[in-house]
Design a binder for this molecule. Structure first.
Ligand SMILES: Cc1cc2nc3c(=O)[nH]c(=O)nc-3n(C[C@H](O)[C@H](O)[C@H](O)COP(=O)(O)O)c2cc1C
Length: 171
């Protein structure tokens, strides 16, 4: 059995369309037993704090904002010390319709996690995307994996496969 320490908790909203699709692909690409999925809309801080390794699914909504369910859960995390814990972020966005705010929520989540002591992994180069501005960019890398189901649907699966290979080394 894989211990809780080695398990990777995948938190996202089960009510999302694209973020859920990506979660399924991520789980299939990993050794599925290693991934434990949780609905962020129904979780609590104890369930969250039981893990050391995390993948968080964070789509961008409302012109550059986190979705409500993440905004509502983040204050609960502020009670926790996330130091020593490792986080990989992925986020759905649309680089054409929301070129000025492309996957901004990834950047917002990255700031929150780091301010609580968490370590981020899974950065990907800004290559193959076309947009004006993103809060998720640090230099020439995103702070997680941007997925664009509307403009680049065919790239979703290969991007996830490549990212999971990277995460297997970085976790
Ligand atoms: C009202 C609305 C606002 C959005 N705002 C943004 C945005 O600011 N930045 C972005 O990259 N994508 C934005 N999107 C695109 C969504 O992130 C994209 O459709 C994503 O695939 C939704 O994922 P989900 O189905 O998991 O919620 C927006 C979509 C809608 C409908």
């Amino acid at each position: 059995m894989i211990s809780k320490m080695k398990k990777i908790a995948l938190f996202y909203s089960y009510n999302t369309k694209n973020t859920s699709k990506a979660a399924k692909l991520i789980q299939e690409t990993f050794d599925s037993q290693q991934i434990e999925k949780h609905n962020v809309e129904e979780t609590n801080e104890e369930e969250f704090n039981a893990y050391e390794n995390f993948i968080l699914g964070v789509p961008t909504w409302f012109d550059g904002e986190l979705p409500n369910y993440w905004d509502e859960f983040l204050p609960a995390l502020e009670e926790l010390d996330l130091s020593g814990k490792t986080f990989a972020l992925y986020g759905a966005g649309n680089q054409k319709e929301y070129s000025e705010n492309f996957v901004d929520a990834l950047g917002l989540m990255a700031e929150s996690i780091e301010s609580l002591g968490g370590k981020l992994i899974g950065f990907v180069p800004n290559e193959g995307y076309s947009f004006e501005h993103s809060k998720a960019l640090r230099g020439d890398h995103f702070v997680g994996l941007p997925l664009d189901f509307e403009v680049q649907p065919k790239l979703v699966k290969p991007r996830i496969e490549k990212w999971v290979e990277q995460l297997k080394k970085e976790f």
